[in-house]
Design a protein around this ligand. Structure first.
Ligand code: O2Y
Ligand code: MN
Length: 582
């Protein structure tokens, strides 16, 4: 097969000349093709079949033990000018980066099949969607891209119609961590990845395209590519409000996207619909509102910690048609990870007999890949080509102290400052250094394809006459009391906080004005059915002025780190709050 588009054919053949594959396979995304690839991977050991009775059509992939996560220190943004990548990115000049990568690619696919994977990020008919083609020598990548994107013939047809696409070249190489790089060339709409077969390094539609390249493209085209979940909240009146929310990793994004309302709320008729758990593309519609799509069509979720208690919707979709990566298995070949209440691991994530002394049975970053349509809270609005209108944007982080349960930004500029100032404490699973506060603006630190200073300006630019922008809020589900225990129950009960936000949007909920924003009075939150002492709720909603003065001062230093690129309006907003707190 080939394409009617010369630019695509020419590129594929140039890559083949460089990488020297044994054969080229153009992916059409069909069931037959997927069956063939699955059989191939079972034969090579890339896939291990899981228990067909309990988990029909489910497979386990074990990645190389040194290839288990994204590699930020080996991820580069290769713009012509270093300042355009910004201090938030590792930078390499495009000439040097291409030379480095092309030397690695030379002959790297000898004896392998080169797969050409056309894909569309977003519903095929959506004007907000964008297409790409990933060339890869990994059938595991193809199988994941088929779930995570609209992959195959329909995407290729759109690419041929439009004549343009993002070029992504990926090879697992020899999986040597010393020869591993993930390079982005936003000015050329190109991605080059070598030496990893794992997740965000290899499924180029996800972080590489849908965030790093798309954020750059979005800036010049007047939209936003964000690291946000999208959720629909249906009230007892039958109205659905859509909310996008950004959290750094380890803050329960997937759980919030698939929230199950508390019993009392369910009885009253509240429902929650999942549009996406990781990425949100949004742009202003003709009516001035921001419309959002999830560019992905599946979930690449963290397995450990996922259970019927934390995320029953996720659990309900994991017993068929799923790919598991680096989980453990039980004696009867069912997938297993820490946090499950049932089952006993017999083989760990590396396929060794499980021994506590080797560490956790499942890798802490082990994953499931599953279609969004398998989720019990899936809504067909996920396929709406126009996207869904956003009522609210939520920023959040993991903060043991200082940051209240929720506050509302005064206006868009203040909201952008709240997003830019986002920070979270690291967890053991992420880095080994626990409790260190890291600033992660809009949860985009690892994913913004250009200078954060310019990115903040781009966010500010949406505040135009006639714009009906969503209200912006900040949440912190992770406040701890003197006893070291979480003060807020979290999970489904987070809907209580979302309800207050939606009432603020409708203009029907009270709030108290403070220098850091509007907070609910204790009486404004529905705590029916919660055993939450009044004093604890007061603490969750308290603004510690001295602590916030220090925090705002640190935020000022952070913005100053972007030098001339930092938007003056944002710095003025920071100074205004400092003055109000002083
Ligand atoms: O470690 C990886 O390659 C996966 S990272 C990831 C996967 C799904 C959703 N979000 C993330 C992330 O790091 O934000
Ligand atoms: Mn993510």
């Amino acid at each position: 097969m080939s394409s009617q588009l010369a630019a695509l054919n020419d590129w594929v053949h140039a890559v083949a000349r460089l990488t020297q594959p044994e054969q080229i396979h153009w992916c059409d995304g069909s069931d037959e093709e997927n069956t063939e690839l699955t059989e191939l991977m079972l034969a090579t050991g890339d896939f291990v079949k899981l228990n067909e009775k309990t988990h029909p059509n489910c497979y386990l992939h074990r990645s190389s033990p040194s290839d288990v996560a994204r590699v930020e220190h080996l991820t580069f943004v290769c713009t012509n000018r270093e300042v355009d990548a910004g201090p938030n990115n590792h930078w390499m000049g495009p000439t040097e980066a291409h030379a480095k990568m092309d030397a690695l690619y030379a002959g790297c696919m000898r004896g392998r099949t080169m797969y050409v994977v056309p894909y569309c990020m977003g519903p095929i008919e959506s004007p907000l969607a964008r297409c790409g083609v990933e060339i890869t020598d990994s059938p595991y990548v193809v199988a994941n891209m088929r779930i995570m994107t609209r992959m195959g013939a329909a995407a290729q047809a759109r690419i041929e119609r439009e004549g343009s696409f993002i070029k992504g070249l990926h090879s697992i190489g020899d999986l040597n961590p010393d020869r591993r790089f993930i390079m982005h060339f936003p000015e050329e709409l190109t991605i080059k990845s070598f030496g990893s077969g794992y997740g965000g390094n290899a499924l180029l539609g996800k972080k590489c395209h849908a965030l790093r390249i798309a954020s750059y493209q979005a800036r010049s085209e007047g939209w936003l590519a964000e690291h946000m979940l999208i959720v629909g909240i249906e009230t007892p009146k039958g109205e659905t409000h859509y909310v996008a929310a950004a959290f750094p990793s380890a803050c329960g994004k997937t759980n919030l996207a698939m929230l199950i309302p508390p019993e009392g709320y369910r009885q009253d008729g509240w429902k929650v619909w999942t549009i996406g758990d990781d990425i949100c593309w949004m742009r202003p519609g003709a009516d001035g509102r921001l419309y959002a799509i999830n560019p992905e069509s599946g979930f690449f979720g963290v397995a450990p910690g996922t259970s019927t208690k934390t995320n029953a919707n996720a659990m309900a979709m994991l017993n068929k048609d799923a790919i598991f990566t680096n989980v453990a298995v039980t004696a009867d070949n069912q997938p297993w990870w820490e946090g499950l209440s049932e089952g006993v691991p017999v083989l760990d994530w590396q396929g060794r007999p499980y021994d506590k002394a080797h560490g956790p049975a499942a890798h802490p970053n082990s994953r499931f890949t599953v279609s969004a349509k398998s989720c019990p809270s899936y809504t067909p609005r996920s396929e709406d080509p126009q996207g869904v209108p956003l009522s609210a944007i939520v920023f959040g982080g993991r903060r043991e102290s200082l940051v209240p349960l929720v506050f509302e930004a005064r206006d868009w500029t203040h909201g952008v400052l709240v997003g830019a100032a986002m920070a979270s404490e690291t967890t053991a699973a992420a880095t080994g250094a626990v409790g260190v506060v890291r600033r992660d603006s809009m949860a985009m630190k690892p994913f913004c394809g250009y200078n954060f200073g310019d990115y903040f300006k781009h966010w500010l630019s949406f505040d135009q006459p006639g714009a009906k922008l969503p209200k912006i809020f900040h949440v912190n589900w992770f406040r701890k009391g003197g006893d070291g225990k979480f003060m807020w129950p979290g999970f489904g009960d987070n809907l209580r906080v979302l309800e207050w936000m939606l009432k603020r949007v409708e203009g029907s909920a009270g709030a108290v004005e403070t220098p850091i924003g509007h907070l609910p009075n204790a009486a404004d939150l529905n705590t029916n059915g919660l055993s939450l002492p009044e004093s604890q709720l007061q603490q969750l909603l308290h603004v510690d002025r001295d602590g916030w003065y220090e925090e705002l001062t640190a935020i000022g230093d952070y913005l100053a780190g972007y030098g001339d690129q930092a938007p003056p309006n944002l710095e003025a907003e920071q100074r205004r709050i400092v003055a109000a707190l002083a």
